[in-house]
Design a binder for this molecule. Structure first.
Ligand code: PMP
Length: 391
């Protein structure tokens, strides 16, 4: 059977290359023919510690023998411990666990609407941003500002007026007496790694506080060390009322979280739930990943390797007349200056390198936080002749 026959029972929701992956190790993925690929996508910025690290496989085996799903109707030790750990390390006080980033954002949206019904006379609108990405449930697609989503699955969930990133006047213009919150990614990931400036985040914090609105940060892609800080909001010296996590917190397993400061943590019995919420198998992994990332020296290592990658990409850019590098830590993008990124990513795949092309002119780099500088150099060595040939 060829790959297309083997995969024909899967819904065809994305164009995928004709190989099947079966194994991963650190920064490397292996297909069924044994070919290896240097992975700078890492499950879409998910595998914080790389593929199949001992930290995760050991916890999965041990917790799998102890307890997997006692039901969210009962407390379990692992979800309580993970919530406690996140509360200690962040500005938030309480957590609700989910199985994905979209579900975490859906929960944040509900929490803000609940806050509006309790404290803001039924206000429910959440100002979100052009280019933003918050997930693929109906409400999170509606909150997203991804142009390709606009015509899909109408009618959308109402209540998500859009503003422009880094334009505080556009936020002011979108606020009405129905507004309860402003929600954004500290760095727009899917839009091509477009950072909110520290100044803009600070202005948003002041504005929302003055107007009694909640500030919700979607840290699904930026949280848990990806930008060189445990949470990206730390770079701007601000604190959100509500924050969502996903991706990195699970290090590859399905785990997300809505976190809130106590004044915003207003769910009452019956408002929120989910069969898998806080299951100890995923929370045990989340706890191990979060502890590892918070260990002394780990984040300094992310920042060092991020600088190494920036330097390497900027040097590559100078040699080939490319645009600049954007992002922070190990969430970076290279502007190719021309709409050739899909072709570059395709040729990189053929050469054994996994890269994402989020925009026609942009490559995104989201390696494991444990990537080595040698692997970064190897990535650039594979990429350089491809860039030379495509340009
Ligand atoms: N928010 C952001 C910022 C994301 O980057 C993503 C995924 N790319 C999501 C939410 C959705 O997460 P998930 O795919 O786990 O639902």
């Amino acid at each position: 059977m060829n790959v297309m026959q083997e995969t024909s029972a899967l819904m065809n929701v994305a164009a995928r290359p004709p190989v099947i992956f079966e194994r991963g190790e650190g920064s490397w993925l292996f297909d069924t023919s044994g070919r290896r690929y240097l992975d700078f996508i890492q499950g879409w910025a998910v595998n914080a510690l790389g593929h199949c690290p001992d930290t995760i496989t050991e916890v999965l085996a041990e917790q799998g023998r102890r307890l997997i799903s006692p039901s969210p109707a009962f407390f379990n030790d692992k979800s309580a411990a993970l919530a406690q750990f996140l509360a200690e390390k962040s500005c938030c006080d309480q957590a609700f666990f989910t199985s994905s980033g979209a579900e975490a954002n859906e929960g944040a949206i509900k929490l803000a609407r609940k806050y509006g019904s309790l404290h803001r006379g039924g206000a429910y609108e959440i100002v979100t941003f052009d280019g933003g990405f918050h997930g693929r449930t109906l409400a999170t697609m509606s909150a997203s500002g991804k142009p390709a989503f606009a015509p899909l699955f109408e009618p959308k969930v109402p209540g998500f007026p859009k503003a422009r990133l880094n334009d505080i006047d556009s936020v002011l213009a979108a606020i009405t007496d129905k507004t309860v919150a402003v929600m954004l990614e500290p760095i727009q990931g899917e839009a091509g790694v477009v950072p909110a400036t520290a100044r803009f985040l600070q202005d948003l914090r002041t504005l929302t506080r003055d107007k009694g609105l909640l500030l919700i940060l979607d840290e699904v892609q930026t949280g848990i060390g990806r930008t060189g800080a445990l949470f990206a909001y730390e770079h701007a010296g601000i604190e959100p009322d509500i924050m969502t996590l996903g991706k990195g917190i699970g290090g590859g397993v399905p785990l997300g979280a809505v976190l809130a400061q106590s004044h915003a943590s207003c769910f009452q019995h019956g408002d929120q739930g989910g069969t898998y919420s806080g299951n100890p198998l995923m929370c045990a992994v989340g706890l191990a990943v979060a502890r590892r990332v918070a260990e002394d020296g780990f984040l300094a290592g992310v920042r060092d390797k991020g600088r190494h990658l920036v330097d390497a990409l900027e040097a590559l850019g100078r040699r080939h007349g490319l645009g600049g590098v954007r992002g922070a830590g190990l969430l970076l993008a290279l502007d190719l200056g021309k709409p050739v990124s899909s072709e570059v990513a395709k040729r990189a795949f053929d050469a054994g390198l996994l890269l994402n092309a989020p925009r026609p002119d942009t490559l995104r780099f989201m390696p494991a936080l444990t990537v080595s500088t040698a692997e970064i150099d190897e990535m650039v060595a594979i990429l350089e002749p491809i860039i030379a040939s495509v340009r």
